[in-house]
Design a protein around this ligand. Structure first.
Ligand code: FAD
Length: 392
């Protein structure tokens, strides 16, 4: 049994995105007092929707933000997959709360970010702190920031996204993979549409492209779509939430699609463009007292809507591992976290990269959505299906 520490270890989190805020909340729930360092000066309202599946909703329930999200989010009846041209049904998965023990919600990205921030005391989030270096010495880690300041902590969690500096420090620098595809996306008032989008979130599958469309509010007042289309590889090597797309090019890219898709794109006033990036699973997630979480550890394509969800799952498991040793053997806790998490996130990265999830068939979905990060055994890899359709 772990000995009781005279004081709780200090934990610094780099990045206040979905993963960083979530792990701050799960660590606080476990009795720790982390500090969060974020490079941006203020949080903006990025125009994008986000789907939260039951696996991540269970974690969000545990940190007390489920009711807040239910009050504003759209709860789709199902995951609906249709042929992009004819509308023919490929696969439908109804998603009642009872099926996987938590709801499936679609919302504006800012609603999720605000909800996570609301679970934290504002004074623990330090804005305008761009990490520039880490130095591990004598059981402590010193963080250096671009503004010339330094802080010291007993452990560091790198939740600094797909271009993570902490990742570069832990495993060495390399570039994320860009397979020459981009996502167009837009959020706009549903009043601009001439039709109702129905009760579900719909993924429309084309030959070499797809589009996902859903409401982001309970009142169905806002429409969101996100696509994946081929694009010249040199277009962008670093994604940005603010790069604008050309709505005429976007409409042309879907001109052969079903009338419901064309009606959505015709109603959309403007759009953004985002390079889709991913990585192969990393050789390791930690180095001593520094560990990775979320996109810094396992960036994936958005095709399964699991990037933020797995970051939020990571948050619950990491907090459990650290709590189990009462903050004592931090390095061991980080290795246990990685041993449990990596098989699952690597499989999700692979299926997401292949873009086969629910394209058809009836492959098992319970291993993904049924996962309960608060209660799953930490000493065995999580359940995986015999065939998850990576090459389906
Ligand atoms: P991020 O959210 O990227 O946060 C990283 C934070 O670190 C940022 O705030 C950044 O400013 C900060 N930072 C970076 N470097 C430094 C530094 N040096 N010092 C200090 N701070 C730093 N996931 C889902 O679950 N469901 C979806 O429906 C979904 N849809 C998506 C649609 C699109 C088009 C895309 C591109 C992604 C989608 N995702 C979705 C994935 C999801 O957005 C990411 O997986 C998720 O945001 C990862 O969270 P994170 O905290 O690891 O990284």
């Amino acid at each position: 049994m772990a000995q009781t520490m005279s004081r709780k270890p200090s934990i610094a989190i780099v990045g206040a995105g979905m993963g960083g805020l979530a792990v701050a909340a799960t660590l606080r729930r476990a009795g720790f007092e982390p500090q969060v360092y974020e490079q941006t000066q203020r949080f903006g309202r990025i125009g994008a929707g986000i789907q939260m599946m039951p696996n991540s909703m269970k974690v969000l329930r545990g940190i007390g933000v489920e009711d807040r999200l239910r009050a504003v989010a759209f709860q789709p009846y199902s995951h609906l997959n249709r042929d992009g041209y004819t509308g023919e049904l490929k696969r439908e998965l109804p998603m009642p709360d009872a099926l996987y023990g938590a709801p499936y919600l679609c919302m504006h990205r800012a609603e999720l970010h605000d909800a996570l921030a609301s679970a934290l005391p504002p004074e623990i989030i330090h804005l305008g702190k761009q990490l520039t270096g880490l130095d591990q010495k004598s059981g402590q880690v010193t963080l250096s920031f671009a503004d010339g300041t330094k802080v010291t902590a007993d452990a560091v969690i790198g939740a600094d996204g797909v271009h993570s500096l902490v990742r570069d420090i832990v495993v060495g620098p390399d570039a994320p993979i860009h397979r020459g595809r981009i996502a167009y996306r837009a959020v706009f008032p549903a009043s601009l549409m001439d039709r109702d989008l129905g009760p579900s979130r719909v993924k429309w599958w084309g030959r070499d492209r797809h589009i996902v469309i859903y409401y982001t509010t309970k009142a169905k007042s806002e429409v969101y779509f996100v696509t994946s289309v081929p694009e010249s590889a040199e277009w962008m090597t670093k994604e940005s939430w603010s790069a604008k797309g050309d709505v005429k090019e976007l409409r042309a890219a879907y001109s052969e699609f079903h009338p419901d898709v064309r009606a959505t794109l015709d109603a959309c006033p403007d759009c953004h463009k985002w390079a889709i990036l991913e990585r192969e699973p990393l050789p390791r997630w930690s180095e001593g007292r520094v560990v990775l979480l979320g996109d810094s550890a396992h960036p994936m394509t958005p095709y399964m809507a699991q990037g933020a969800a797995t970051s939020i799952e990571d948050a619950a498991i990491l907090a459990r591992c650290v709590a189990d040793v009462n903050g004592e053997d931090i390095e061991g806790a980080f290795r246990r976290y990685e041993a449990h998490r990596k098989p699952r996130t690597s499989l999700i990265q692979a299926i997401s990269s292949a873009n086969t999830w629910m394209q058809g068939g009836d492959a098992d979905t319970s291993w993904l959505y049924g996962y309960d990060a608060w209660n799953v055994s930490l000493d065995a890899p999580p359940r995986q299906p015999a065939s998850a359709g990576v090459a389906a």
